[in-house]
Design a protein around this ligand. Structure first.
Ligand SMILES: Cc1ncc(COP(=O)(O)O)c(C=O)c1O
Length: 456
């Protein structure tokens, strides 16, 4: 059979409220032309993120009913800890309420001003947390990752030659190397095991720890299985175990691949670092056997650490995202290829050639798509990553200005995604009608969440 079906069925449904174009024009104006500031009920299909929005399984609900909400030392924590240790294999397990909280704890605990941190690409919150602790962060993507149309199967790889030179130059200022799997900021592209192994060897030689930002490691592992010949016969779990065995530690948002509505994790081998992190944990997130999570959250996550690596689920997930991407590509929409797993990315600058960077092409496209169809998306581009020089006022724009259609896990059906594809394709036919926007309010950091705009 050619049709890849969802390997689950629905038993609970959540109605979607339909809206008219006129209503949506008003909603987005009232939200300052920022789709983040819309109420969720004003959205028809929500592809703004794949984070914290997964549908829970019957097994997860069942475990949640059985949770232990004791203040400390709950049975639910130990179930979570054991599931983490079985999979990741590191000695210490520190829960926290979401990914960026873990990044904050790690940065505060181990980074000193002047340290250098290398990554394929730091996710925006990781960058903010490391820089706030005084680190200099360096992104080292491979050159192929900078070409939207290059079909390289592992555009999430780190540039090993530049990493080696950087480690040698930074000397004992090199604090850690991070591989973001998959590389969300550059199109959800995976990292090859061969690249991870080579990065591991370089780190060992220079005595620098290798960490993963593992928010989407299961999807990365399945793409390794599909694209890296040596791993074709291995299960996603086996690939994951090998991946983690090459690392000194992992920080992870548990709201993506780990199918959690909330949750974060740090797991590592270094006892001194674990102690330092726990000190900060106690004053910010919570006690070491909860990290700000309820027992029922820990239960849902413990089950998900098993479900997320299910091969039928991962095969379906990759196929459904690829189908969305192929529909857009065939219609001539400028997409990032090859397709990752959690999202399809559209090049805002190529879609809207009539807009200059200051007019925020991908953000403007996101607003136009919402007005046209009620589909909400996320920009990872000029608004999220653009930086203005404090003295000269000159803007530095990122390599890519992308619109991301993120696919929540186990939530939308094939017809929902067909609707989203149709909306983008219809907009392509009238792309010159997409109006540019400019900032009205821009906060100093993480602008996308609170900034407001007006049409140019
Ligand atoms: C790669 C990556 N790292 C870290 C984070 C931050 O995680 P959280 O949203 O749970 O704080 C995200 C969120 O999108 C992410 O994609």
């Amino acid at each position: 059979m050619k049709t890849v079906i969802e390997p689950y069925r629905s038993r609970v449904i959540e109605p979607i409220r339909m809206t008219t174009r006129e209503q949506r024009e008003r909603f987005i104006r009232e939200a300052g032309y920022n789709p983040f500031l819309l109420r969720a009920e004003q959205v028809v299909i929500d592809l703004v993120t794949d984070s914290g929005v997964s549908a829970l399984s019957t097994r997860q609900w069942s475990a949640m009913h059985n949770s232990d909400e004791s203040f400390t030392g709950s049975r639910s924590f130990y179930r979570f800890r054991d599931a983490v240790q079985r999979l990741f294999g590191h000695a210490f397990v520190i829960p926290c309420h979401q990914g960026r909280a873990g990044e904050h704890l790690l940065a505060r605990a181990v980074v000193r001003p002047g340290d250098v941190v290398f990554a394929n690409t730091h996710f925006s919150t990781t960058r903010e947390n490391l820089e706030a602790a005084g680190a200099e962060v360096r992104d080292l993507p491979i050159p192929e990752a900078l070409d939207r149309t290059n079909p390289h199967p592992f555009k999430g790889n780190i540039d090993l030659a530049r990493l080696e030179a950087g480690l040698a130059e930074a000397g004992n200022r090199a604090r850690m190397v991070i591989l973001t799997v998959t590389d969300n900021s550059r199109g959800g592209q995976p990292v090859a095991m061969a690249n991870l192994r080579a990065a591991h060897d370089l780190c060992r030689r220079h005595g620098v720890p290798l960490w993963l930002d593992a928010a989407r490691f299961a999807e990365n592992c399945y793409l390794v299985k599909l694209r890296e010949a040596e791993y074709a016969g291995r299960s996603p779990r086996e690939i994951a175990r090998e991946m983690f065995s090459l690392t000194d530690g992992v920080f992870m948002s548990l709201k993506k691949d780990a199918l959690g509505n909330t949750g974060g994790l740090i797991t590592l081998d270094d006892e001194a670092w674990a102690e330092a992190i726990r000190v900060h944990l106690l004053s910010s997130e919570g006690i070491p056997t909860a990290g700000g999570l309820a027992g029922r959250d820990l239960e849902a996550l413990a089950v998900a650490l098993d479900e997320m690596l299910d091969e039928d689920y991962l095969a379906y997930r990759i196929a459904s995202t690829r189908r969305l991407g192929e529909q857009l590509e065939e219609a001539g929409v400028p997409v990032v290829v090859p397709f990752g797993a959690h999202a399809v990315y559209v090049d805002g600058r190529a879609f809207c050639p009539h807009l200059v960077d200051e007019q925020l092409p991908a953000w403007s496209l996101s607003v136009a798509l919402y007005v046209h169809s009620g589909v909400r998306t996320w920009e990872t581009g000029n608004v999220m990553q653009g930086r203005q020089d404090a003295v000269s006022g000159v803007w530095r724009w990122p390599d890519f200005d992308l619109l991301r259609l993120a696919v929540p896990r186990r939530v939308y059906s094939r017809s929902h995604l067909d609707y989203a594809a149709e909306a983008v394709i219809e907009l392509l036919a009238r792309r010159s009608s997409v109006r540019g926007l400019r900032f009205v309010y821009r906060p100093p950091a993480l602008a996308q969440f609170v900034a407001t705009f007006e049409p140019v």
